[in-house]
Design a protein around this ligand. Sequence first.
Ligand SMILES: *[C@@H]1O[C@H](CO)[C@@H](O)[C@H](O)[C@H]1NC(C)=O
Ligand SMILES: *[C@@H]1O[C@H](CO)[C@@H](O)[C@H](O)[C@H]1NC(C)=O
Ligand SMILES: *[C@@H]1O[C@H](CO)[C@@H](O)[C@H](O)[C@H]1NC(C)=O
Ligand SMILES: *[C@@H]1O[C@H](CO)[C@@H](O)[C@H](O)[C@H]1NC(C)=O
Ligand SMILES: *[C@@H]1O[C@H](CO)[C@@H](O)[C@H](O)[C@H]1NC(C)=O
Length: 559
Amino acid sequence: MTLIRNLLLLVAAVAAVPTPEAAPLTSRAVCAGNTAADRSVWCDYSIDTDYYAEVPDTGVTVEYWLEITNITIAPDGFERVVLAINGSVPGPTIEANWGDTLKIHVTNRLTANGTGIHWHGIRQNYTVQNDGVPSITQCPVAPEETLTYTWRATQYGSSWYHSHWALQAWEGVAGSMVIHGPATANYDEELDSIFLSDWSHETVDALYPAAERGGPPLMDTGLINGKNVWNGGGSRYEKTIESGKKYRIRVVNGAIDTFFKFSIDNHPFTVIAMDFVPIVPFETNVLDITMGQRYDIIIEANQDVGDYWMRAIPQLTCSSNADPDNIRAIIRYSSSSTADPVSTAWDQTDSCNDAPLSDLVPHLSQTVIDPTTDDSDMTVSVFASGTVFKWKIGIDSMLVKWAEPSLLQINEGNATFESEEAVYELPNANQWVYFVIETQIPVPHPIHLHGHDFFVLAAAESATYDDSVALNLVNPPRRDVATLPSAGYLVISFFTDNPGAWLMHCHIGWHTSEGLALQFVERESEIPALLDADTMNSNCATWNAWTAISGVEEEDSGV
Ligand SMILES: *[C@@H]1O[C@H](CO)[C@@H](O)[C@H](O)[C@H]1NC(C)=O
Ligand SMILES: *[C@@H]1O[C@H](CO)[C@@H](O)[C@H](O)[C@H]1NC(C)=O
Ligand SMILES: *[C@@H]1O[C@H](CO)[C@@H](O)[C@H](O)[C@H]1NC(C)=O
Ligand SMILES: *[C@@H]1O[C@H](CO)[C@@H](O)[C@H](O)[C@H]1NC(C)=O
Ligand SMILES: *[C@@H]1O[C@H](CO)[C@@H](O)[C@H](O)[C@H]1NC(C)=O
């Protein structure tokens, strides 16, 4: 066992296109026994099933075809170029059942850039090649090429998928993802996933040089499911609910750099899941949600018939937005109403922390073995390289090459990782590993790990970690994005049960591009046997052929 100490110094839902064997999802979304009166049941499985060990064998493959295009739209009434999936921002919602195999064909119809789609939070159990990260798990997909991703939904819950090429996710290449399964509380129906974004009228690519020199730029506004009003234009997302019913809502924060508080006026809610982990339900009026996180909530339509604001409020303590009070959608009790709500927001205080860790209790309890310390250190810092900011977590600011993904190097047997590839080797199977991530900088960072849920053993703001800090080892919060608090520390642990090259990074888009990322190369010797080398090599060959002609050059960390 290793305790690695890190110092961070400074520093519209679309139905699945079914394969012949897959019935339309609407007829499959509910498994036998899973009814409004008991959402804990799922065919022969239940909310108590240990989904890390057992997965329903549905025998179903759900197939999707997604096309990335370059279009001009006006999500908030202001026209700009966006990069869309199948013509919409966010893209189509991907849906499947727990245990299904997903087969998703991604075609790049851009003229001038590559792509690669990451299925955020999906464990990719022994399928690292489908994780969708250019420079780590694949070469980028060249224009007019298609790459097929195949993976099994071994978890269930709510998430999103997004491009992992440069800042492309925040030009619009992202969408919600729903894996149906059991739940820890009952509800009558589900509403559409709620996808929160921040939004600028210039492209994020155009803003990046300034962000690199001067820090995160001011965002103009935000969107809820790709809509908002701005300066008299645009329209709001709205949904009609029925008095007396309980609704499940899946909330996703897909922003580039905005910590939101999410709420619905007059409607407290029950939180039933965080990321892909069902939790013991708790009640709140206002939900803290940082970039990359998801929460599933249940609201009850038990208020006076009327219209109510749904709000996503950027927390100005750590996010900058020119229109923070206006990122809203509408919940109506009557579909004939067209009035703007007159409801008032819940009391709240601007802040940027995850919900209290004591509220985030996984339903499926797991215990982490107590670490013994061997004090391998790694540092995380931000520094200036020339005139631009570079971040680093651990060894070095990440700089990896599109055409030399880690998996390709590993497959060719000559991976001699350079410092700037920021590799931590985890050669041993089935061990707990522990990381203390610290920062002296008064900026919170959403830390996201690929390939695993991690356990949050401790976190504190404006504090320094030392050996006297008590670690929460008995059923701690378990998820795939957690906030490293401002000028504080975050202690995480995971179990080396999934061979692969897994990125861990700050999910502030600017920071990923500025190198605040590292990769865990887990059980390297077992990786080649898991790879489809033909697919990897031919995708790299078409990429290399296109870059030779286009001359496109990497301008950021490569992830
Ligand atoms: C993950 O993959 C391994 C290797 O194929 C398999 O033994 C294990 O059962 C899988 N886990 C789940 C939850 O499907
Ligand atoms: C996306 O567009 C492609 C190409 O037009 C189409 O075949 C596919 O069905 C669309 N997928 C979804 C989920 O809308
Ligand atoms: C998007 O389209 C514009 C206008 O045609 C073009 O200038 C730009 O290169 C395109 N971008 C990408 C990424 O294909
Ligand atoms: C292509 O991606 C790069 C980021 O790597 C970005 O700077 C550039 O603007 C993009 N090109 C176009 C035409 O959108
Ligand atoms: C691995 O080594 C071979 C032979 O020297 C070389 O052709 C290849 O480019 C190397 N692969 C990588 C990914 O560095």
